[in-house]
Write a protein that binds this ligand. Structure first.
Ligand code: M1P
Length: 269
């Protein structure tokens, strides 16, 4: 599938808008939060891919991006030239995997357990309107901590998000973690509705740029213009680091419709 879809497009070195790549955040940028991508967006991305390289960079793991962007018969990695799950710790180029990295290898079991135990105790002592299950999700390149739990339904997510805006549950837990583990070299990033991500400092979305830059050694294409589109580009948001990186031309969007509008203007699509 990946090879089939990729062969429809000009090779990376033959895209008409030279040395240019568009990178997209997923939630709130290509799709509504935790929902699936629209056919209109897929169609626009396909047209864009005839002009320049395209990629996505999401905090979630590849399975979630497959649910949001792919279908049962279409592999998400075939829809983009570059697919960066978990900020690029799991990476695909033209449907083929690139080198990956792991949070647990980097942190070690002992520190990892200190962190997990602290979060679980803190959450156990926190009163919320609702609690569901999976308070910590272990991923390849990060952990994701959710006081309400990742099993929350869409309604329960919305309820937690509104409650959190008033009671700052996530902000306070992040502050407590920073105080408890000042020497762990970790970054905490509030990206979605019900959780925050924890990963080694520097393993934010800028991590994926090493794969983009490595393209010059593979096909000879040097990406001089790297557009990034994200909806959480403010300090503390999980798009902030890449949005404000000097290598990036950043676009802060209000949602998928806004992304489409900017793309149509920028690339005359
Ligand atoms: O992509 C943004 C975030 O999406 C999810 O957040 P939440 O479940 O809180 O809405 C998570 O997958 C998170 O890791 C990710 O950063």
């Amino acid at each position: 599938m990946a090879t089939e879809a990729a062969s429809v497009y000009p090779s990376l070195e033959n895209r008409p808008v030279k040395g240019t790549i568009c990178l997209f955040d997923v939630d709130g940028t290509l799709t509504p939060a935790r929902r699936t991508v629209s056919p209109d967006m897929l169609e626009l991305l396909s047209r864009l891919r005839h002009k320049c390289a395209i990629g996505y960079v999401g905090g979630s793991d590849l399975a979630k991006q497959q649910e949001q962007l792919g279908t049962a018969s279409i592999n998400v990695t075939s829809l983009f030239d570059f697919s960066f799950a978990e900020n690029g710790l799991t990476a695909y180029r033209l449907g083929k995997p690139l080198a990956s990295n792991s949070f647990i290898q980097w942190l070690g079991e002992e520190k990892y357990q200190n962190l997990v135990n602290f979060c679980l105790k803190y959450i156990a002592d926190t009163k919320l309107p609702k609690k569901r299950g999976t308070f910590i999700e272990f991923r390849n390149g990060m952990i994701n901590v959710s006081p309400v739990g990742r099993n929350a339904s869409v309604e329960e997510r919305n309820e937690f998000e509104a409650y959190d805006q008033v009671h700052n549950i996530r902000r306070d837990l992040v502050e407590a973690l920073k105080k408890e583990f000042p020497d762990y070299g970790l970054t905490y990033s509030v990206g979605g509705q019900i959780s925050f991500d924890v990963f080694p400092t520097g393993w934010d979305k800028t991590y994926c740029l090493q794969h983009v830059e490595a393209e010059k050694n593979i096909s000879g294409v040097k990406y001089e213009t790297i557009h990034f589109f994200g909806d959480k580009c403010f300090p503390g948001g999980n798009d902030y680091e890449i949005f404000s990186d000097s290598r990036i031309s950043g676009h802060s969007v209000t949602g998928p419709e806004d992304t489409m509008k900017i793309l149509k203007e920028l690339f005359r699509l």
